[in-house]
Design a protein around this ligand. Sequence first.
Ligand code: HEC
Length: 145
Amino acid sequence: MRNKLPGSITILLLLLLSTASQAEEVIFDSGYSEVMQNNVSNMQDILFGIMVEDYKQVENIAEDIAYQPGPDLEKRLALLQKLEMEAVTFKLHEDKVRQNALKLMKAAEKKDRLEVLEKFSTLATSCTECHIGYREKVRSFQKGR
Ligand code: HEC
């Protein structure tokens, strides 16, 4: 009886403990995780659009990818600072995705099925190219390694 805590207090303690351990784990928040979740769901929606030949959908979402604002300025600057010299190539990868998304948007505007498929593939490649160079690196900052 004495050892039992009321339910609400237990929940409060659990909440406090979980935020504390999270704070320890995430030393650095790149701000990119959320942006990337959005990217991948947009890519899925584009693929769906291609499958059902809804080129308007493909066009609109490709435009969203091209003009997505990215993480807020403060987080963005903090990451670029951590990347030092590599910030330049990181930004080049971002530009490449933007350009490829615009090319996909134009192909969808023309409703050119083959060109849409080709540009979608090029866009996906440019996502992967940045990941090869940077995803693990950015994550390593978060673990404070
Ligand atoms: C400029 C570099 C760059 C480009 C371009 C890029 N990514 Fe990423 N991506 C990252 C980084 C860095 C992470 C790790 C972020 C983190 O964990 O904080 C990541 C993580 C992810 C993740 C995992 C999300 C998570 O919750 O950790 C997905 C999914 C993803 N990216 C999809 C995409 C897609 C789709 C595109 C293309 C439309 C894309 N990315 C383009 C750098 C990039």
